[in-house]
Design a binder for this molecule. Structure first.
Ligand SMILES: NC(=O)c1ccc[n+]([C@@H]2O[C@H](COP(=O)([O-])OP(=O)(O)OC[C@H]3O[C@@H](n4cnc5c(N)ncnc54)[C@H](OP(=O)(O)O)[C@@H]3O)[C@@H](O)[C@H]2O)c1
Length: 329
């Protein structure tokens, strides 16, 4: 019996040590998660707000981009608005001028077109731009098996989410560095990620891959730019034309509340405790991210299977709806 106990201690002692380390990490991460939500809001004067600095927001005429534009204007940044529809941009520019008393500039451009990055760069190169919000993005029109993905959709997602975003950032970084030096402020680059990229997402494989690509790119960039804070923002669903969800719930905020949470917590990790230069800012998304990370993990078979069932079901319902609409014509 004593011999058995002697053997057991070789397993028990390491198990207790590993368990204690894991529980300590869980405890510290939980404290850090709570602290991130309780600490005071981010102060934007360090990025040049109210000092004449400009913020460039892509995909700015609708959804999250529209809210980033308005809420950054409310903080005292002049705003460059870039998306396709001239009329929407003009209306938003007028609203921002009147409501927040800051300057605006609009660039109506389709970012899938060759040279779109240079067109935006030409419009901003002489402005003291300190903030870039890489918000423009495209997803699949409905969940689809990868092998059946329409080629235009595949190329559109990759061009908008990755190629264009990288090419524009490459051009804007020197402008931000110049502004940081001239105004004696820090620069800021915010890039929109997604739970679709946090978790490998079957039936949204191209979108998922593009956002996962942005995650690694953005965090790599964060280490390279000493005068610029580079932040990757993770979001579960938000009501918008992209998500096609109209009704809010505790898991699905509207763009206004999502962006408010993002801007007030920028620089903290919130639900993304295991990641550098990354935040999951909205409280229910943060709890979901933290919960998955501390249990099955984002790359697990369990998470993948649940995600697969969810998107297969969304596809089934989307196809049924399309069929009903076809019959109604
Ligand atoms: N909504 C969500 O549930 C959710 C969740 C996670 C992450 N995200 C991410 O958040 C970001 C914003 O999403 P959202 O839901 O706010 O999208 P959205 O409501 O569909 O708005 C997209 C914006 O991008 C512009 N845009 C679209 N295609 C463009 C193109 N080819 N060239 C230039 N501008 C273009 C649109 O304006 P025009 O049509 O006038 O061009 C619009 O201003 C995306 O990166 C998305 O991946 C969203």
């Amino acid at each position: 019996m004593f011999e058995d106990y002697g053997n057991l201690k070789y397993f028990l002692v390491p198990a207790i040590i590993v368990g204690t380390i894991k529980l300590t990490i869980l405890g510290l991460s939980t404290v850090s998660l709570i602290a991130d939500f309780l600490l005071p809001a981010t102060n934007y004067t360090k990025y040049g707000s109210k000092k004449g600095a400009w913020a460039l927001v892509t995909g700015s005429s609708d959804g999250l981009g529209l809210e980033f534009s308005k809420q950054l204007a409310a903080k005292g940044f002049n705003i460059v608005l870039a998306s396709r529809t001239q009329s929407k941009l003009e209306a938003l520019a007028t609203e921002i001028n009147e409501k927040y008393g800051v300057e605006t500039k609009i660039v109506a451009v389709d970012v899938t077109k060759p040279g779109a990055d240079e067109e935006i760069f030409t419009a901003i190169k002489s402005l003291p731009v300190a903030v870039l919000v890489n918000n423009v993005g495209r997803s699949h029109s409905i969940p689809v098996p990868f092998a059946e993905t329409d080629l235009e959709e595949l190329e559109g997602i990759i061009t908008i989410n990755t190629t264009f975003t990288l090419k524009l950032t490459r051009l804007v970084v020197p402008v931000i560095n110049d502004t940081a030096a001239k105004l004696k402020v820090k620069g800021l680059i915010v890039t929109m990620g997604s739970f679709g990229g946090l978790l490998p997402t079957p039936y949204l494989a191209v979108y998922s891959g593009s956002k996962a690509f942005l995650q690694n790119w953005s965090v790599s960039l964060a280490a390279e730019l000493p005068n610029v804070d580079v932040e990757f923002v993770l979001s579960y669903l938000v009501t918008s034309s992209m998500s096609k969800i109209k009704r809010t719930s505790f898991m699905i905020p509207n763009p206004k509340n999502f962006v408010k949470a993002t801007l007030s917590k920028l620089g903290r990790r919130n639900g993304a405790q295991e990641r550098f230069a990354t935040t999951t800012p909205y409280w229910s998304h943060a709890l979901m991210h933290f919960g998955i990370d501390q249990t099955v993990g984002v790359y697990s078979k369990v998470a993948n299977s649940l995600n697969y069932s969810m998107h297969k079901d969304i596809r089934r319902r989307a196809l049924r709806k399309a069929e009903r609409q076809k019959k109604a014509l």
